[in-house]
Design a protein around this ligand. Structure first.
Ligand code: FAS
Ligand code: PHB
Length: 391
């Protein structure tokens, strides 16, 4: 069966769903194709921090009501090293805040908005493939949830299918330049029914390795541990996780971690990756389909949102008025923010994780002590962490 839309969006993560919502607000039709179930995408535990511009955008486009009711507004973070906490006050330094609101909550709000507005989001599709992206009549083939082969004709394909999706692979490798950096460690993340150890996020550099204490509510804490790049969840039973978190997050030898039931546990690889350019004919890549960052800077989801905020404006101009300049400049404009986030994520990762290299350790401690003692250095970290204004 054939169908037609303005924009075929592959992927119903934050990028694909927000792009569909923004296009709808501009009177541009789209269809979102998602390989997983609605329940799965709405329950996937991933990012937790919304940058200041992200929260502002979600409010502007009618998606801020539950975020403002349930999200936690934070005016700073703490860097824990040398046995003490060093607060970076976003409020004092910049007059800005971040919002702690799980990615799965953002996705739930986006799915609800799309379905409320009559948007087409097809879950549990299979065998998605993009075709003829080099001319002005691209199309997408897929098998729908009922097992029927489908063809979706469109004017534009948006590749929002994440790092392991198919759309980036539709670009001839000769036309794609890839920048890739792997790290010799990973993050083990747990979601636990326990009070967070602090009312704001705590990033700890410790000789035993990095640890991060975040949260989802005053009763639900989200914690991360640096582990070996090839370690698995099976090697980290709950009691070992709690023991290590207590050791790495202790201050003056006092254990500060509250223990509770572990609700979710997983290992996330650490990688910096950018595929350039983000546009190939009528295919536009956005979010993790185009780039990934180590989560230390809390940039992943925010970068995806920044990409589609730009892409929605470019595709609206192209498809509603024929104006092509924003679409032509999308890749260069988006990449300026991407590389700023790539650098900040690498910077935070290098400063806070132990590699066993003693020279690196002295550099990292020197950088941390400089930030703790310099308003200029703290302000630089703060403005990158809360998010630079959208282009
Ligand atoms: P997503 O990966 O979220 O969404 C892509 C969607 O496309 C998925 O729903 C997928 O099922 C679908 N898809 C894939 N292939 C398809 C196909 N062939 N056909 C149809 N659909 C297809 N970021 C942070 O800032 N902080 C964190 O702590 C953090 N933790 C993370 C933990 C993990 C395990 C992972 C993988 C990522 C984490 N990230 C984190 C980054 C993450 O939040 C991403 O930046 C964010 O999900 C990007 O959103 P999208 O670009 O929409 O991609
Ligand atoms: C989270 O709450 O999941 C989180 C917060 C900050 C990060 C990464 C993850 O840098």
């Amino acid at each position: 069966m054939n169908a037609r839309t303005d924009v075929a969006i592959v992927g119903a993560g934050p990028a694909g769903l927000l792009l569909s919502h923004l296009l709808h607000l501009n009177g541009v039709e789209s269809v979102v194709l998602e390989s997983r179930s609605r329940e799965y995408v709405e329950s996937r535990v991933r990012a937790g921090v919304l940058e200041h511009p992200t929260a502002e955008l979600l409010r502007e486009v009618g998606l801020g009501e539950r975020m403002d009711r349930e999200g936690l507004v934070h005016a700073g973070i703490s860097l824990r090293f040398d046995g003490a906490d060093h607060r970076i006050g976003f409020d004092e330094l910049l007059g800005k805040t971040i919002t702690v609101y799980g990615q799965q909550e953002v996705v739930k709000d986006l799915v609800a908005a799309r379905l409320r507005d009559g948007g087409q989001v097809e879950f549990e599709v299979a065998d998605t493939a993009v075709h003829d992206i080099g001319d002005d009549a691209p199309w997408v083939s897929y098998v729908d949830a009922q097992g029927e082969g489908r063809r979706l004709d469109c004017a534009v394909v948006a590749g929002c299918d994440g790092f392991h999706g198919v759309t980036r692979g539709a670009v001839p490798s000769a036309r794609l330049r890839v920048f890739d950096r792997r790290y010799p460690f990973a993050w083990l993340g747990i979601l636990a029914k326990a009070r967070p150890l602090h009312e704001e996020l705590v990033y700890a550099r410790h000789a035993r390795g990095f640890a991060l204490c975040s949260m989802r509510s005053p009763q639900i804490t989200r914690l991360y541990l640096q582990v070996g790049a090839d370690e698995t969840v099976e090697q980290w039973p709950d009691d070992r996780v709690w023991e290590e978190l207590t050791a790495r997050l202790a201050v003056d030898g006092r254990g500060t971690v509250n223990v509770g039931d572990v609700l979710d546990k997983g290992v996330t690889a650490m990688r910096s990756f950018v595929a350039v350019p983000l546009r190939h004919g009528r295919l536009f890549l956005a979010g993790d389909a185009a780039h990934i960052v180590p989560p230390t800077g809390a940039k992943g989801m925010n970068l995806a949102i920044a990409d589609v905020s730009l892409l929605a404006r470019a595709l609206t101009a192209l498809l509603r008025t024929g104006r092509a300049d924003l679409a032509d400049s999308y890749s260069d404009t988006a990449l300026r923010r991407v590389w700023r986030a790539e650098h900040f994520s690498w910077f935070m990762t290098s400063m806070l994780h132990s590699t066993g290299d003693e020279f690196d350790e002295q550099l990292a401690l020197s950088q941390l002590r400089y930030i703790a003692g310099s308003t200029a250095a703290a302000t630089s970290l703060a403005e990158n962490y809360v998010g630079l204004p959208f282009a």
